[in-house]
Structures are given as C-alpha cells and as structure tokens.
Design a protein. Structure first.
Length: 69
C-alpha cells in the first residue's frame, strides 16, 4: 500500500511486481484445479478399459489369399 502512495520509480516497480505475482498465483491455482480434474477423468478411462479387458478375444485370423506350398 505504501508503495502506491510514494510514487517513486522504486515504489512503482514494487507495485508492478506485486501485481504480477498475484496474477501468476491466480493462474497457477487455475492450472492446478484443471489438472486435478484431468487426473480424475484419466483414472476413470483406465478403470473402464480394465473392465473391458476380459471381453477382448484373440484377433480374427487373416482372410484372403495366402501364397505358399
């Protein structure tokens, strides 16, 4: 607060630095919130894949012409 009252070049730099730190903190918090949401989504995808694993069978044999003896 005092830095905004003094109006010296140093006080102006302190104000700018403080504002940048606050903005950066807000952006980091938002990024962290989004990543946590993605972690939950990715975990549910892997759980669904694990449920489908027993349903996977051997791949079908190739169909078509096979040269050979």
């Amino acid at each position: 607060m005092l830095a905004s009252v003094l109006r010296s070049p140093r006080a102006i730099q302190v104000n700018i630095a403080t504002a940048l730190h606050k903005e950066l903190a807000v952006k980091l918090a938002e990024l962290e919130r989004r990543i946590i949401g993605h972690d939950v989504d990715i975990k549910s995808v892997f759980e669904a894949l694990e449920e489908l694993r027993p349903l996977v069978k051997e791949p079908p044999k190739a169909i078509g012409f096979r040269p050979g003896p």
